[in-house]
Every structure is written in structure tokens, then in C-alpha cells.
Design a protein around this ligand. Sequence first.
Ligand code: ZN
Length: 139
Amino acid sequence: MASEGAPARKLPVLEPETAFFWTSGADGLLRIQRCGACRTWQHPPLPRCSTCGSETLTAEAVSGKGRVASYTINYEAWLPGLPVPFVLAAVVLAEQTGLYVLANLDGPVTAAHVGQPVSVRFEQHEDVWLPFFTPGDGL
Ligand SMILES: [Zn+2]
């Protein structure tokens, strides 16, 4: 069941490598894959660390804060009931340079801008907690 009043969303398929990311929001925290050897964060999740090759990878909670690095405004309603226009943003997380998460950005599309501070929130749809970024409380 979707959150009350939440519009339809296309949901990701939960794969073993990525399920933690899509269910992380159940406790309100965003989790990102992190290497146990060199401590580098990486997203999306991979079988090995892209920096050192280690297979010792865990999902660790991040602050959920970051800044908009780039964005696109989408005017196409891909699903019935999906409100348009909406902003899809690449958010660089506070934890590491170059650590990006793609997600919808809340607020009027005309307010979106590169460098905008944002923080994560989640919207539950069935067994998935979709991350969204909302303006404010960033870096
Ligand atoms: Zn590593």
C-alpha cells in the first residue's frame, strides 16, 4: 500500500544487491554501500569496491544531507496520477565528493537550482521506501 495520498510511482525491483537501499527508509535513514577496507562510499551498489577491489561491503547510514549537483525537469506523466512537472535531481551527498543519488526533488520546479541544499525523506510504496530530497537542512 502506498502512503495515504501519495501518487502512483514506478517501483524498483528488489535485487539482492540493491534491496537494502530501497528498504532503508523504513527507519527514516538513508543507507549507502561502504567499503570495509578503504571506507569509500559507493552508489549504486556493486559486488566489489570500485576503489580498492575489496568485497567487504556493508550498508551504512548517511546523514541524508547534500546538495543538488544537477537536475532535469520532467513534464511527462509516466504513470496515471503522477503529478507533473517534477524534478529529478542528482544529489551529491555530504559524506563524500562524487557520491551521487538520483531522486525526485520536492518543491516548485522553478525553485530547483544547482547547489541547493537538500535533505532526504522517504515515501513508502508497498515494500519500497522511495527516497526524495526536500530543500533545506543541507550542508
Ligand atoms: Zn575499498
